[in-house]
Write a protein that binds this ligand. Structure first.
Ligand code: SF4
Length: 478
């Protein structure tokens, strides 16, 4: 295979690089578009990019042969593609003078680079330095990755003997303006009962599959959508089925995302079922913004929901907030952070707004805040978490994020969410139930992940649930 064969389908990655420098995608269509050459010389891949005025050339050793052709192909492909991206990055960095906070990284899991270095025998200190050197990541961001890896090292180690379970409830009371999920608005709720019937059936089949694989249950997460959008009786049935079919997990979480869906009875049912962690998510504590983003609750309702959850004995509440929401400036975000200090959640997830193509904000052409504002907000989030005594424990990035920042989960000691870490590090098998759930089988030795996605459309899911169960059986067939 020639080295250029490894670059098939790389164009989207390259566009992600030029977007780091705020260069428009249309640039790629112009006659002056970037041009690249790549070849193999004296045991090295050599890549050169030019934009007609400036050029950049980088090289890297061709990975050594391991004796396994498939693994060798994978290593070479990875090296060639990485070199191609990094050379283009070097050119853009040179011509624009911009230093993106995450350097040339465009993937969603930057912690993986630290783990790669650790697996190659480097110390954490050296791994951090290598991420700065190889990918031009800013030292403070590399430090954040190192802190996260240190926190993750305290968690029960993932391995092939474990599986996580995800149960999705794809209903919400209203649709948030930034939402890109396929969740349906509850409306009159006529799909809820048929959905639950299909879901319970899929869960029954899945419980049998889990037993057949001989694996233990690690973390279980009921998410969505908004699981607490179910009524009290429906939620109680969901919790009963969950605990009957999937007992003994190390951790149970229920997303109670919208404060206006929470009642004392629902919270009691959650606690009595044995769920240790819930999430109550204001996103912002400014009523004006809450209206703009389509959430049908107020900041006061968030306060009441926290008080209710504490009164019902819930000991681990996570709070999700978003930096960079439409119309918000640093003062607005400071209001949200002050509320976080007052409500004292056990974990705090600070997202940076990303405008996805399928969201209402994208349709409305809503602007993202400028890089400095977005950065100031994420810094404020970090500072708040520190004041609350939390450390960062997981991180991921998305496309189209304000200021090229990141999403970070912080937690008090002993409160890191295993499921969040597992899903981001992709190191644990997952059985996913419900519309849009994606089951995953991890093949660590081959660096490969097998997937069995459920259909996202709720009606389709109900009609084809048997097929969804079969997909999972196929995925985990020995
Ligand atoms: S609560 Fe979550 S799933 Fe529901 S509409 Fe908002 S972003 Fe989408």
């Amino acid at each position: 295979m020639s080295v250029t064969d490894y670059l098939d389908t790389i164009e989207p990655d390259l566009k992600n690089i030029t977007r780091l420098f705020a260069l428009p995608d249309t640039l790629w269509d112009s006659p002056q578009a970037f041009r690249m050459t790549m070849d193999e010389r004296d045991g090295r891949y050599v890549c050169a990019w030019t934009d007609g005025r400036a050029s950049a050339t980088l090289d890297t050793p061709v990975p050594e042969a391991t004796g396994d052709t498939r693994v060798d192909e994978l290593h070479r492909r990875r090296a060639a593609r990485r070199l191609c991206r990094q050379t283009l990055y070097a050119l853009c960095r040179e011509t624009t003078g911009i230093h993106p906070p995450w350097g040339s990284l465009t993937g969603i899991r930057p912690t993986r680079l630290i783990y790669e270095q650790l697996e190659a025998g480097q110390s954490l200190e050296r791994a951090r330095a290598e991420v700065v050197r190889q990918f031009d990541v800013r030292p403070d961001k590399a430090e954040l990755l190192a802190e996260i890896v240190q926190t993750q090292a305290l968690l029960p180690a993932p391995d092939d003997r474990w599986m996580d379970v995800y149960i999705g409830i794809p209903f919400c009371t209203t649709r948030c303006a930034y939402c890109s999920f396929s969740s349906g608005e509850l409306g009159k709720g006529k799909l809820v009962e048929p959905y639950l019937a299909a879901l319970f059936h899929e869960m029954e089949q899945g419980a049998r599959l889990l037993a057949d694989t001989g694996r233990g249950l690690r973390a279980l997460y009921i998410g969505g959508g908004t699981p607490t959008a179910l009524n009290e009786e429906q939620l109680a049935r969901l919790l009963e089925a969950t605990m009957r079919l999937f007992p003994g997990a190390l951790e149970y979480t229920v997303e109670a995302g919208r404060p206006d869906t929470i009642t004392p009875q629902k919270l009691r049912a959650i606690r009595e079922a044995g769920v240790g962690r819930i999430s109550i998510n204001p996103q912002t504590m400014n009523d004006r913004t809450l209206r703009v983003i389509g959430r049908a609750h107020t900041a006061q309702q968030v306060r009441e929901a926290y008080a209710m959850a504490r009164a019902e004995g819930l000991r681990h509440i996570n709070m999700d907030v978003i930096a960079g929401l439409p119309g918000e400036n640093a003062d607005d975000f400071a209001v949200t952070m002050a509320a976080a200090r007052e409500l004292r959640p056990e974990s705090l997830t600070v997202h940076t707004l990303a405008i996805k193509r399928s969201s209402r904000l994208h349709l409305e052409n809503a602007p993202l805040p400028d890089a400095a504002t977005a950065e100031g907000m994420t810094e404020m989030g970090r500072e708040t978490a520190k004041i609350l005594g939390m450390t960062p424990y997981y991180l991921y990035r998305q496309k189209y994020m304000a200021g090229n920042q990141e999403n970070v989960g912080y937690a008090l000691p002993g409160h890191a969410c295993l499921y969040n870490v597992d899903i981001m590090e992709e190191n644990t098998h997952i059985l996913a139930f419900g519309a849009g759930g994606i089951s995953k089988r991890i093949y660590p030795d081959e660096g490969h992940i097998g997937r069995a996605p459920n259909v996202s459309n709720i009606e389709q899911y109900i009609a084809r649930v048997e097929e969804m169960a079969e997909r999972k059986r196929e995925l985990f067939r020995a």
